[in-house]
Ligand binder design. Structure first.
Ligand SMILES: [Zn+2]
Length: 58
């Protein structure tokens, strides 16, 4: 099953989420994975993505 939502357009979707373990391209989930966050992601995911962007050329 593929969930979709506005959050898929966010750039940090390209990174994995350290909070809910969402894989790159997947939406974040809350409540132990039972509920998809369609409109946003965890802030830690944005931070992880920014980290990847900055360190990506190592
Ligand atoms: Zn997440």
């Amino acid at each position: 099953m593929t969930a979709s939502g506005p959050a898929r357009e966010l750039p940090q979707i390209a990174a994995a989420c350290p909070t809910c373990n969402a894989q790159p391209g997947d939406l974040c989930t809350s409540h132990s994975g039972t509920r998809v966050r369609r409109h946003d992601t965890h802030v830690t995911r944005t931070a992880a993505w920014l980290d990847t962007e900055e360190d990506g050329e190592k």
